[in-house]
Write a protein that binds this ligand. Sequence first.
Ligand code: ADE
Length: 239
Amino acid sequence: MLIETLSTFPNMYDSVMGTSIMKRAQDKGALQFRAYDLRDWTHDRHRTTDDDPYGGGHGLVMKCEPIFEAYEAITRDAALPKPTTVFLSPCGRSFDDALATELSQSERLLFVCGHYEGIDERAYALADVTVSLGDYVLTSGELASMVVIDAVVRKIPGVLGAELGAVEESFAGGLLEYPQYTRPASFRGSCVPDVLLSGNHAAIARWRREQSLARTAQLRPDLLRCADLDEADRRFLRN
Ligand code: ADE
């Protein structure tokens, strides 16, 4: 997969994309990453990317000309597939596992990120999808895009090891994850549940499923409506 970003602070990606699983995905050849500087498509001495809002009001608005010029230059290479273009905004579609899966199936993603201020509405004509992380406002579209990139890249086949892949499957079933423990078995009087030390794999699987169901019912009952439940799950939830 090729992931590209267009923003005024391309260096914000250095640590996240240069560390841990995001770095390993690139080293393995599963991911190519390029961060473009929107200022490279401005034409004035100050490399201006924003301006006062028409109609007045606080703050500045990102101009549409450099965004269009950058988009045209970035997508000019006919040898590459046309990107799925993603804008980040609290006005977008709520980001979730289903949208991460959809985006992970694209060969090329281009993220267009604002900073502080809004983006001229006309630039949204370039968007295939506008994504919101939630009902709050971030100062940085770069930060929002990094969350989306992380959730998408971990779904590219071969990026995660088998162990983490199993965790992924547990969320794809639509439930919250069961509690996890590691050594020591007893810590300051708090003990790991006996079943996890039993070596009984069927009992462990049942316990984990029931913990996921109970946790989801308690913390996110809305998820149960769309979760993948069998008759045993329904019986457990009724009790
Ligand atoms: N940019 C600013 N706030 C955002 C949010 N909540 N989601 C996505 N992009 C944003």
